[in-house]
Design a protein around this ligand. Sequence first.
Ligand code: KDG
Ligand code: MG
Length: 420
Amino acid sequence: MKIAKAEVFVHSPGRNFVTLRITTDDGLVGLGDATVNGRELAVAAYLRDHLAPMLIGRDAHNIEDTWQYFYRGSYWRRGPITMTAIAAIDMALWDIKAKAANMPLYQLLGGASREGCLAYGHASGREFNEIFDSIREHQEKGYKAIRVQTAIPGLNSVYGVAASANASAGSGSGKGASSERYDYEPARRSTVPVEEEWDTRAYLNYIPSVFEAVRNEFGPDLPLLHDGHHRLTPIQAARLGKSLEPYDLFWLEDLTPAENTDAFRLIRQHTTTPLAVGEIFNTIYDYKDLFEEQLIDYVRSPVSHGGGITPLKKIFDYAAVYQIKSGVHGPTDVSPIGHAASLHLGMAIHNYGISEYMQHSSDTNDVFQPEYTFSDGLIRPGTSPGLGVSYDEKLASQFEYEPAYLPVNRLKVDGTMHDW
Ligand code: KDG
Ligand code: MG
């Protein structure tokens, strides 16, 4: 079964996505998600100009060899652009192999280890009552675990909080709704990023009161998560973990800039709050020391940014040795193809933990027609062979790519650039 065609599409149904479609000489089609938020065109060019021509004529069945060919063969290893491009190829080839085997992909990866994959949603608000309402809305949609992000008194805009009270995640659809569409995303359609402001002291002083209020309102059982989005120093992160211990968080995510993994040694000495990291990691080498020293509890890499199903399965298996679980990144900038790939892998591995599941807009779903469903807190794959996602090229072409960027962050006190 030879690869006959490899096409790359960049369109914006609800938001920008990069999609790889591989077709074999016997007519099987595989899809891969190659989206890197705000750098979409770089991955598209990498795939189109460099990797796609090398794919033609290769045996579509040889997934491990193809992965090694592109990882070892480029000389320039790792990095989000390279690894996302390789991930898209890997996903598409697994999709093809599962279609050739006439099975949903998780069957090829070892079969189902569970009924469905536990997911968490995003609640947020500007004050306590708004946060409570948002949590209730998510519970009504079926979520059994909830991430809580909050506005900080004195700061105009903060990561993870909707710009308007009426905005809801993934609610946007159709042209002309762009500002609403991006309220939670949080990339905005513009050629220049929006600037936000930050004050760590205000954040650290305020956040425990939010979790105290949420626990008082919802009781001890609801799993609660929080994303620090890389803004703290190691000692500040240690303080946050310790101050939130009474509220029994499911995890604290990305407290410090992720590239300094040594920070986890210090954080871990001070707190028993579980820690999650990895949404900007892309190889097993980013995780190796964290696993071996048992410094984290959850692995955040999604299939699309973790190099594909092939290497991520190895990362999860390595994590399992240390009782570390998966906790995959699932924002809307991972396309339904990427969500489906992470879901099939999550169904099969033993050390599944939880997945983020930010629901896509109706425009996105119309283009990709994902088969997975969400109810009772679990995402479940469908029964079709492969990933269970398709790509309506004609419909997608009605939504042209528009530049959109994540915000940048400056310290409120003096305008110094800070981590966003
Ligand atoms: O593209 C970056 C976003 O997906 C990221 O900022 C969202 O941190 C994020 C999360 O946990 O969903
Ligand atoms: Mg995050």
